[in-house]
Design a binder for this molecule. Structure first.
Ligand code: ADP
Ligand code: MG
Length: 283
């Protein structure tokens, strides 16, 4: 059977240990896959390893053990990490990190320096700011913009070099509920219109529900995964007690072939079936 899914991110048994005396296992054997075009939320209590995971995927930090592949490339084999980051990954953080003395459009141009000529940079930055709804704020300085608008500039900046992947660490953390939901709505729109893959760390369940999949970390491990906003989900609720559903759960290859489920998606599907079954039993 041929692989139909293209993985943008793949981690294998990813581990990050901090400290030399008392060891802290910030990440403890995380294996996960994110397909092209997915919109994934990472949740979990403070200290559960969310930022560490994003830092590993974005090549900001090196794993103690295990592997990270981005776009099929093993990060351990990449020599020029800076070039990799500017071309492949867009970053967004809780604090926007915009340069205070540069205007919105200049901030968006910064990551394109060295890659595009000034005129092209300027045009692209203008286009991106229009895309995030800030066409009329291009020449404003960060302190002349609201928190939500500043995060929109940060979105435009993250998209500057048209990366296939955007990593956002609590981008709504400093925003009020309404601005937070607006920002997630924007990311969701961009995910659909541009096909960019998003991995977003958030504490807010309302924010997480706007994504396609929620990965929950606890003590550096994946505690569970939930698929949201999936048209499949409703179907799965019907299946969970069906003969077919049970056969898939029991690893019956033939049953999954009947449904044409790619091998690579089977584990996720089983997880969803299990989760739904548990929900039905407990409440
Ligand atoms: P989260 O983002 O989920 O709040 P982090 O990934 O920041 O969690 O941290 C996971 C664990 O690793 C925590 O126990 C934290 O204290 C520890 N940790 C993170 N960064 C470092 C570091 N640079 N040095 C030592 N310990 C760290
Ligand atoms: Mg964090």
């Amino acid at each position: 059977m041929t692989e139909t899914v293209q993985w943008v991110v793949e981690t294998e048994d990813l581990t990050r240990i901090y400290g030399d005396g008392e060891e802290i296992r910030a990440l403890d054997g995380v294996s996960l896959r994110v397909a092209a075009g997915e919109f994934v939320a990472v949740m979990g209590p403070s200290g559960s390893g969310k930022s560490t995971l994003l830092n590993m995927i974005g090549a900001l930090d090196k794993p103690t053990g295990g592997k990270v592949f981005v776009g099929g490339q093993d990060l351990a084999t990449i020599r020029n990490k800076d070039a990799f980051r500017s071309k492949t990954v867009g970053f967004m953080f809780q604090l926007h990190n915009l340069l205070p003395t540069l205007t919105a459009i200049e901030n968006v141009e910064v990551p394109m320096m060295g890659y595009l000529k000034p005129k092209e940079r300027h045009e692209r930055a203008g286009h991106l700011l229009s895309l995030v709804g800030l066409a009329d704020r291009m020449k404003h300085l960060p302190n002349q913009l609201s928190g939500g608008q500043r995060q929109r500039v940060a979105v435009a900046r993250a998209l500057a070099n048209n990366p296939p992947l955007v990593l956002a660490d609590e981008p709504t953390g400093n925003l009020d509920t309404e601005a937070g939901e607006e920002l997630m709505g924007l990311l969701s729109e961009l995910n659909e219109s541009q096909g960019t893959t998003y991995i977003v760390v958030t504490h807010d369940p309302a924010v997480a529900r706007q994504t396609n999949r929620i990965i929950v970390l606890e003590d550096g491990k994946i505690e569970r995964e939930d698929i949201v906003n999936s048209p499949l989900e409703e179907d799965l609720k019907m299946w969970r007690h069906s003969d077919l559903g049970q056969r898939i759960l029991n690893g019956d290859e033939e049953a999954s072939q009947i449904l044409g489920i790619p091998h690579t998606e089977l584990e996720t599907l089983k997880l969803v079936l299990k989760t739904n079954t548990q929900e039905a039993e407990t409440g």
